[in-house]
Design a protein around this ligand. Structure first.
Ligand code: GTP
Ligand code: MG
Length: 199
């Protein structure tokens, strides 16, 4: 799929204030610093459409980006960032939860995990919660430029195996990506394109 246009539409903390248009949307979620905002920029071929930072906790609101004038990418705050105050954490948690439960336009969540890390309880719990609530999701491994091909394959296989051990009957579709090398761009955009066409 060719990205002809990518525009920032709005940031907000209330699901009720998100864009009213009935366009399909895809949300990026995962631990702080995993590379959600960077991946959105890589997909759109725009350096700073979504704000990124080396310090975790950069994205703090629900951010809508309209792509090709007919679907949305949504950048969300990360979870699991220890240095955010308890009160802020509770607020984030509340609107992330609300977003996933209430946003009718959401067609698929991308749960980002750093390809270098072992499965983390917070990610496994979040995926379990998505599953329990019937919210479709894919796993997107990030920062693949940090590992050699053999290690990438091993890490991805081990991760999916862990999901099976945790009781998943089927593993979700997964993508290996790098915002640095642009790996995975065609596969992810191809997936979105095929879902959009199936709606
Ligand atoms: P929050 O908004 O804080 O939740 O973080 P985020 O998940 O949006 O992460 P962000 O895109 O801001 O990236 C965090 C850091 O990881 C930045 O320093 C990025 O440059 C780096 N990063 C993101 N993607 C990649 C990647 O594919 N490869 C490498 N090497 N670094 C990456
Ligand atoms: Mg971010």
């Amino acid at each position: 799929m060719h990205i002809k246009s990518a525009e920032f539409v709005m940031s907000n903390a209330k699901v009720a204030s998100c864009p009213k248009e009935q366009l399909p949307e895809y949300a990026f979620i995962g631990r702080s610093n995993v590379g959600k905002s960077s991946l959105i920029n890589m997909l759109c071929e725009r350096k700073s459409l979504a704000k990124t930072s080396g310090r975790p906790g950069k994205t703090q609101l629900i951010n809508h980006f309209k792509i090709n004038k007919n679907w949305f990418l949504v950048d969300l705050p990360g979870y699991g960032y220890a240095r955010v105050s308890k009160r802020d954490k509770a607020t984030f948690q509340k609107y992330i939860t609300e977003y996933f439960l209430e946003r009718k336009q959401l067609v698929c969540a991308f749960v980002l995990v750093d390809i270098r890390h072992e499965p983390q309880p917070i990610d496994l719990e979040f995926m379990r919660w998505l599953g329990e609530n019937g919210i479709p999701f894919c796993i997107v491994f990030t920062k693949a430029d940090k590992l050699k091909p053999m290690a990438i394959e091993r890490q991805a296989n081990d991760y999916l195996q862990r999901l099976i051990e945790d009781g998943w009957e089927e593993t979700p579709q997964h993508f290996v990506t790098s915002s640095a090398s642009r790996e995975g761009r065609d596969a992810l955009l191809g997936f979105i394109d095929s879902v959009n066409k199936s709606l």
